[in-house]
Design a protein. Sequence first.
Lengths: 427, 500, 488
Amino acid sequence: MNADIYAILLLLVVAWPLLLAIPALHSRLPWSRHLAIIPAAMLTVLPGDASLELSWLLFGTGFAVNSETRWILLMTVAIWFTAATLSKPSMRDHGNHATPFFFLTLTGNLGAILATDLISFFSFATLMGYSFYGLLIQDSNDEVRRAGRLYIIFLVVADLLLFEALLLAAFTTEDLRYEAVREAMAGASSLQFYLWMVLIGFALKAGVWPAHLWLLATYRSVQRSTALLLMGVPVAMGLLGAVRWLPLGEFDIQGTSEVIQIMGIVAFLYAAQKLIRRPALKILPAWITIAVTGMFIAALGAGLAHPAIWRQYEYLSYPFIAFMGILLATLTFFTSRLQDSPQSINLPSPRMAAFHLWVARCFNTLQRWTKESLFGFQSYWSSTWLKTLKQIQRMLDWQKPEGFVGEWSARITLFVLVGLALAWLAA
Amino acid sequence: MNWDAWLPLLVILSSLLPGLIIFALAEERVRLRTVLNLSGALIKLALVGWMLWGVYNGNHYETRLALLPNLDLVLRAGPLSLFFVTLSAVLWMVTTVYAIGYLEGSPHRSRFFGFFSLCVTTTVGVALAGNLITFLLFYELLTLATYPLLVHRGTEAARRAGRTYLAYTIFGGALLLLGTAWLYSITGTLEFAPQGGFLNGIGKEHHPALIIIFILLIAGFGVKAALVPLHGWLPKAMVAPAPVSALLHAVAVVKAGAFGIVRVVYDVFGVEFAADLGVTGPLAWLAAFTIIYGSLRALFQDDLKRRLAFSTVSQVSYITLGVAIAGPIATIGGVVHLVHQGLMKITLFFCAGNLAETLGIHKISEMNGVGRRMPWTMAAFTIGAFGMIGAPPIAGFITKWYLGLGALEVGQDWVIFVLAGSSLLNAAYFLPILHRAWFQEPPDAWPEEHNFGRKETAWALLLPPVLTAILALAVGLLVTLPFSPLEWAKLIAAREFYQP
Amino acid sequence: MGAMFTTIPWASALILLPLAGGMICFLWPRMVNALGLITVFATALSVIGLGWQIINDGVYHHPIGGWGAPLGIDLYADGLSLLMLSMTALVGICISIYSTAYFKREHTTRFWPLWLFLLGALNALFLSADIFNVYVTFELMGLAAVALVALAGGRDALGGAMRYLLAALLGSLAYLLGVALLYHGFGTVDIALLSQRVEPSPVLWATLGLMSAGLLLKTALFPLHFWLPPAHASAPAPVSALLSALVVKASFYILLRLWLEIFEPVVDDKSVASLLGLLGAAAVIWGSVQALRQTRLKLLIAYSTVAQIGYLFLAFPLAAAAGVTAWSAAVYLAVSHALAKAAMFLAAGNLIHFGGHDRIADLDRVVQRLPLTAGAFALAGVSIMGLPPSGGFIGKWLMLEAALTQERWDLVAVMILGGLLAGAYIFKVLGYAFTQADITHESKTVPASMEWAALLLAMGAILLGFLAVPVLSLVGIGDPFGVSEVRP
């Protein structure tokens, strides 16, 4: 009985917001944004572990909640609830086209938290990532659009890397649940590849230095409620993914783990020096986030190097992510409150603008270059052919009715020649 | 009377006869024509369903007629044939509904629907062909049946596109004829043989000839499958009406070529023999090159249908790639993409047709904010586009998954990078469209808006893309259920390609 | 019934009926259409009767008046003759139906007698067993054909007819010289007897040169095709159809017979066959390219005939190692070409009748307005291109098979190239059929019988693609190609 309720609840957590994403539905319900989070909120307060296996869905999907995921769930529910409340009154309007993306992102987020295997996690994370773009881009001005473009480029690349990692994992083991993958990958020959792809993939998603560019850009330009979600949605999920996908606590990976640690520390130091130089209040939380994620990466590196220690403190990682998410979200909330006019848009720093310009220029150059090489080849090709064809046509002209064969003398000669040739050949 | 022996023929007749009758119908007899079309489609679906169940339980259906001394016209329903037949039957049904809506009130509909039925008939013939000569026969007929559809609009551009199409396909057909005849002169048989092809006992002295024959056959099929140097006709063919493009890209012509490649590699040469000859490697590279090249060209098209056409060039080569990697899992990926690509691409073309028909939008630069005006159409388009990119859990993801795994299995890791590059490029040319459609402000007036009351467009135009989009999503989500395309592809691989 | 069927001398009826019909047409010009049709149908019935006899009793052999060879006139019919007769009957019926609607009143009185004479001559030719008889039928056929070409009147037609007349006379003359030489050398004109008596000698070689050249000229093999395009293009449509479908095939048939029975066994050297093959290949390419360059529909079709005749001659070099396959291919191609090309000319006639011109670029909207005609042209085109399923495909497939087993890559290339070029010129026409230009010319309605006649012929060409097994077994009766070769 209890298990059935849990099963239904688990399903509802994901399915309910997905259902609400249909405009006809959420536009008719009052407080639809809050309503969407209710099953998840109920799941966080209900005690005990629960799981649900849906073997018919995709390659076999599972949802589960336990003491570890509950932390994350709690954080997520809190942030989404705040975001739902904070969203401008206009956003609850009937005609707001960003609302479906709110629900879709929520679905992806909750699904990724509850998923018990890599493919489901990946699927939900993809849903979350792409729908989040819809939230980011609500205010259509140039800066938002540029930030959105950066975000989507990072997202696509990250998803690609994770897909490759997923393939490697699936090639190594049939069972794609987190524990099974951890064990299998620890001994696999493709471990190095897998490790780096997972790490880079999630680092891109979480905006870890040096992939923090999109985080800064979006943070600077988006609305308050969305800025809040940035902490809970891409950043926290990126870190969660890294914890779940990496073969942590299995065995000591020398060399690589040190590199990872150093990178994490460098990221932290970089963000710290930025913080010391007192950035504008508005983007302060972003730099703090970058510092924290740097530290987290360093910790992951340490965990890879010392499996025993990781096993000992593993349980801490989930509450850590959860608290980090909550803290950063609170910080965001208050800093933006402190600002005089939330609507005012900070101009991007000159360096950022230069970077954007550079990216755009590179892109254009690449585009032009490819275009020229492709079309140039093609036009060359067709012109050569045309020339040849014309020549052949000219050669054919001798056989016009008034030409050589048009004369009777020529014809009779031909006729005799054929006859003679046949007779001669026969003899 | 043994019905089993005539079922394949009946499947063919179920669209041939309505087609022939429709030719004779007067232009204004809309209702009778619709009834004929739909009843033909339904009968075909029922017959195919019956055969699917039979084949699943191990039955065989074969029709055999004498064509030449020692050479028969064979129609055989095996798992692989039925896979393709089912795809054609289902999508024909959907496309017929769409075409009825799309062409409402336009001239020459009897001619159009007549050739439309012929086109499907020949596609089904291609699918059911039990030997190479039967395949060749229907393959050539397909060329001829498609041509009037392509030039249906009768404009100068259509005529030129038709000429390009014919130049390519007739050339391909000639190569195919040569390859087939040559093969026959060496082996004396053309019967498709599952699990290893019919060339196994051929002596070593024929191997160079066989390599050339392989190239000829692949080139012949490659024309329709739009392998790179032979793809030029496909982007031009987008002048055809939207239902024709949809059918062309998803079911009929392009797929017939890809299906031919599957047949050649598995049922004529046999994959192991082909690998021994050393021909699968180059084929895989060619397919990979096509995948990347098609995507690159798609990036720079502003015309929506042209972009989709180049996307087809790229996507169809997934099938070839899967086949040429020559491992069981990759094969599953390639074969299942026959259906997956069909579902996704037909959705995209339906949506493009809706935009053109409802709002007069042909170019991507005109698509600003169109998602707010036509949310259902664009939702279907979004699913199709993400499927093409390979986002889970849509059909395209399943394909890429199996292709990638299959490549790893046989140690051809480079394929992974091709897949990644293709996904990246797909994202690069589909995401901007989606961005425009959903997040840009709509213009004050659309290029050429038609009023459909409160609906975003006519039902007959809206339902088909929504249905196919749902199917594309469903075959990804419910991939492990029996009779899902993937499970059927596994059945094909187990029964026809690799001994268990 | 069966007994009556087998005892009637159908073969004699085949010759006498059309000749008598022609006479009667002269006498009763007012009922000429009905009389002509009745005669043609009766002739077709006779073909069925003869077919019945041949299938039941094997080869038919009938000395007229009881006088056998070497002095009398023999009628001889085996599977090959029967096929040719059937082809003639079938094409003849369709063209006759077409002609009843096509010609104006004053033309019918001249057309029907000529056509019936031509039919009688053709039948006689296919039934002849001696070479002098063949000469007589040749002359009759040639004169009737020339007169038919001139029927349209006008400068073009007369010029074309004149050329045709000269070519036909020249060919016949050369042939007659050959006959005289053979008779002088071996004392008989009976083909069967000749085949036993001939031995390699200068006389034979001279004969071969003379007769072959004459027959090639009449068959219009490249480079002796010069008379064909103007004659065929300027004649009335049914006449063009007759000439392209039947008359040209008749001389090819004789050449084939002579070659198989008399020349091939004694000419050891392969070079004659090679030369014929070479000319055939050149004809395929040349005719196709020329067809592609034409801007007038009928000229295009006429040049297509030049190309298609080339295919028939490809069988000569291939026959050495794959005799039955190669000859079957040639015969099959000849028959399908007869049906398809007749359909094409009739379709072209419809178009001209409809629009008053045959400029290809102005054939706009024909599909909408003459769908059956366009369909006929397209189906016939399928056979001409050699695409499946059609008689042309079967023939081409057999020919390819013969070439491939002997690894004659040059001929393979020619066949493939010829097919491609054929595709190009057929679709050059069909491409314009779908365009939507403004109506710039007065159009006349086309009688249904004219449209259906063309379509029937075209469908016959397609249907031949499914009848390969019965047709080939029919041709095998009497073993016209010799049994010495074994299929590989």
